[in-house]
Design a protein around this ligand. Structure first.
Ligand code: SF4
Length: 501
């Protein structure tokens, strides 16, 4: 037996190192952590997240050919809007029309159900449609939710990568908004909050104006709603994005111009109009809904804005469903962000969509936005002059740089988005969807038109229980009644109390 065999072997450390094995392991772990951090930083600041890219490409490939135009934004920069359903069906106003099913008010508001269901629906959307999208917290009157549950639902939506918007009739007090936006200690839960409020003379039961006779009578209520968000910013530093929604029927179409003109002077960011459809609760249907066309509503918007608002430069989905345009407002005047009559604008649109489509900044810290933009511009430096020339044309349309700066100084500079969303009638949607489920393209031109629109839908609802995403028209026309019947059993208005025999 040699000495070497009996003496425990001690490996000699290299003469240049005094590190122990533990030091090496700790060093390797630290290097691993640094590498993981750098990888996640690289991903977070990548102009377009790879999962978003994949979701956009999938969306584009699934779109019907007739909407694959250069103006189409679905599949190129957005997957489309999302909305919740069956999460709080009840409402405390009565409107004509109402898109909720006839027994929606027989379902109890239950915050636990809302938050759980929102999480399930949003997780499914996250899985199928990528990490970023806009989503509406909708499906009843959101302000009937206790504020804590409302806030929890919004936080769950954010956790799923969604930019949430709460859809309301707007008849709630500042304290409710504070309770949603701030935690019980008074600290903001959100940097920015987003609400869409529905105001029109077809609504009954608003406090202080239970039966409005004209749209103009509602202007003080519109102003009061918008002012709550200005106060929220002043008092607590929470920014907001707020939309004004209005349903349009033959009874109020001639007041659309007046509403547009009045609301443009209020701090709403979006003015959205919905021609009424025969959908939802048939006890609330009126006459002549089909006479109100998407074009007729857009004409009234232009009349109210006092100028043309061209929407043809960009498109979400099918032109028979949606119209959208963004303008830069410098006081009285509005400059369209994109002028579809200017070929240079269209060329810029095509180049920017090709190189920067899918970039998403909502709910993103400023430093991440800055790095994303920097990386995008470094990857496509030839687009910098395109952007600058585009900005110069926009400034010219808006009355010149000096005019814009003086409007900004006076607090008169803003971006306004105009939207018309044209739901379809349940009687048309149901047979078209039935055939689509069977993979049949209808021979009937009217039904085929509905199928084309559903195929290009930009407003999606999630059904994790069946593994399906459906257009909102299908949700309200086909699925809501059965869903609400189930909810009536799950969440009855007066839960039965069991008594021991
Ligand atoms: S919800 Fe209906 S009207 Fe709206 S985009 Fe989808 S199919 Fe068109």
């Amino acid at each position: 037996m040699t000495t070497e065999a009996t003496v425990p072997h001690r490996r000699r450390r290299p003469w240049f190192s005094n590190r122990t094995g533990g030091d090496v392991r700790r060093g390797a772990a630290a290097a691993g952590k640094t590498a993981a951090l750098l990888r996640s930083l690289e991903l977070a600041t990548r102009p377009v997240h790879p999962e978003s890219r994949a979701a956009l490409d999938r969306r584009w490939s699934e779109l019907p050919e007739h909407v694959k135009t250069p103006a189409q934004l679905l599949g190129r920069t957005a997957v489309g809007c999302e909305g919740t359903h069956g999460v709080f069906p009840k409402c405390n106003l009565t409107c004509t029309p109402c898109y909720h099913s006839a027994d929606a008010n027989k379902v109890r508001i239950d915050g636990g159900h809302t938050v759980t269901t929102v999480k399930e629906q949003l997780a499914f959307l996250r899985r199928l449609r990528g990490p970023r999208a806009h989503a509406q917290l909708i499906g009843g009157e959101v302000s009937l939710l206790p504020a804590e549950d409302h806030a929890a639902a919004l936080l769950a939506m954010r956790a799923a990568g969604r930019e949430p918007m709460s859809m309301t009739h707007g008849d709630f007090d500042y304290q409710y908004l504070l309770d949603v936006a701030l935690d019980p200690g008074g600290t903001p839960r959100f940097r920015k909050i987003s609400f869409a409020a529905h105001f029109d003379s077809l609504m009954r039961g608003r406090r202080g104006m239970p039966r409005p006779r004209t749209e103009a009578e509602l202007n003080p209520f519109r102003e009061r709603f918008a002012a709550m968000f200005t106060d929220l910013k002043t008092d607590h530093g929470v920014s907001s994005y707020i939309a004004h929604n209005m349903t349009v029927t033959p009874a109020n179409i001639d007041q659309v111009a007046g509403v547009t003109s009045a609301v443009l002077d209020m701090p709403f960011d979006m003015l959205s109009f919905q021609p009424a459809a025969y959908i939802g609760d048939d006890r609330r249907w009126g006459k002549g809904f089909t006479d109100v066309t998407i074009d007729a509503v857009w004409d009234r918007i232009e009349e109210g804005a006092g100028q043309r608002i061209p929407w043809q430069g960009t498109q979400f989905g099918d032109t028979r469903c949606n119209r959208t345009a963004v303008v830069l407002r410098t006081g009285e005047k509005q400059a369209p962000l994109l002028d579809p009559a200017d070929q240079k604008d269209l060329d810029a649109r095509d180049r920017l969509l090709a190189h920067f489509g899918g970039m998403y900044f909502g709910g993103t810290p400023n430093w991440v936005v800055a790095l994303k933009v920097m990386r995008a511009l470094l990857a496509h430096p030839r687009e910098v002059p395109v952007i600058l020339r585009f900005g110069r044309r926009l400034a010219k349309r808006a009355g010149g740089l000096r005019h814009i700066i003086s409007a900004a100084r006076a607090g008169r500079l803003s971006l306004k988005t105009f939207v018309v969303h044209n739901f379809m009638d349940a009687a048309d949607v149901a047979p078209a969807w039935d055939l689509m489920e069977k993979g049949v393209v209808s021979e009937d031109p009217k039904t085929r038109e509905v199928q084309e629109r559903l195929g290009a839908c930009m407003y999606t609802m999630s059904h994790p229980e069946t593994g399906k995403l459906v257009p909102a028209c299908v949700q309200h026309s086909v699925l809501d009644p059965a869903e609400n019947a189930g909810l009536r059993k799950l969440l009855p208005l007066s839960p039965k109390v069991r008594t021991e025999p």
